[in-house]
Design a protein around this ligand. Sequence first.
Ligand SMILES: Nc1ncnc2c1ncn2[C@@H]1O[C@H](COP(=O)(O)OP(=O)(O)OP(=O)(O)O)[C@@H](O)[C@H]1O
Ligand SMILES: [Mg+2]
Length: 291
Amino acid sequence: MIEYKGVVSCDGKNSSRELFRIASAGPADGKEAVWPFMGTVILVTSGKGGVGKSTLSALLGQAFSTLGKRTLIVELDAGLRCLDLFLGFGEDVVFNLADVFSGTCGAADAMIRVPSFEGLYVLPAPARADKPIPAERLAQACRSLSSAFDLVLVDAPAGVGPLVRAAASAADRALIVTGADPLSSRDAYVTKELLTEAGCTDCRLVINRVAPVGRTRKKLPDLDQIIDRAKVRLIGVLPESEQIRSSLLQGKPLPPESPEQQIFSAIAARLLGRNIPLIISEKSLQRRIYK
Ligand SMILES: Nc1ncnc2c1ncn2[C@@H]1O[C@H](COP(=O)(O)OP(=O)(O)OP(=O)(O)O)[C@@H](O)[C@H]1O
Ligand SMILES: [Mg+2]
C-alpha cells in the first residue's frame, strides 16, 4: 500500500516512492514482517555531533515502553550526559556506567527507572569525562544487558571512536541520525561505512529537524538527496519541533496524542517489524508533521 503524497522530488535513485517503500521497512509482499527482536541492541549514532541522537534515544525509549517493551537506554557520552534531564530523573542518579565497569556497583544498582514509563530504564553516563568506559568490555556488556530487556538502545557520542565501534560490534542494528543538510548527510555515509567495518551492517537513517525552506517557506528540503548522499535506508523523518525541544528541556514526556509522539511510535513500530507507511503530505508539511 503506497500512501505517499508528493512534496519530495521524484528523481534520483531514491525516488519518493522508493523512499516510502524503504521507510515502511516491511517485506515486499505486504505481510507483516516477523523479525526476532527479543534482546535487540540498537546503536543510535551519527557522524556529526548535536544532530539529535540523545533526543531520538530518549523519545524512542518512551515509545518502546508505551508499546509494552522492556527497554534500557545505555548512555555512553561521558562528561556530556543529558538523558537524566531529557527524561526527568536528574535527582535520582547515584551510580553510572563507569561505576559498573569499575566494580563500584552492579548494573542493576546503576539503572534508573524512568518515571511514568513502565519498563523503561537508563544506565546513565558518568557526569565527568575522566571516568572512562572501557571500550574493550563494552560489547560484552551490551550483549549481556540485552538478555534482560526486549531492547537496548545505546546512545552514542558523536563520531565513530573506539566506544562506538565496540558498541557497533554488539549491535543488531544502528540508527544513523542526520540533519537535513549536505554536511551531516555526508557524515552519515562515512559513519555507515565505519559501522559496517565494525560489524554492524544493518543501518537505518533518521533525518532530524526537517523544517520547510525557501522564500515562501513551503518547500521541504530534498529528502531524496539526503538519502542518496547518506546511502542508508530511511526509517523516519522528524520535524523541527518546539514541542520536542520543550518536552526535553522540562524532562517531560511528549503529550500522548501529539503528532510528534505518533512519529516516534511509528519509528518504534517499524523497528519492531511492523509495516508502517511514512506519509509526508502538503498538510503534514504545514503542520510540520512527517509521520
Ligand atoms: N526535532 C527537534 N526539534 C527541536 N529541537 C531538537 C530536535 N532534535 C534535537 N533537538 C535539540 O537539539 C539539541 C541537541 O540534541 P541532542 O542532544 O539530542 O543531540 P546529540 O546528537 O545527542 O548531541 P551530542 O552529539 O552532543 O551527543 C537538544 O537541545 C535538543 O533539544
Ligand atoms: Mg547525545
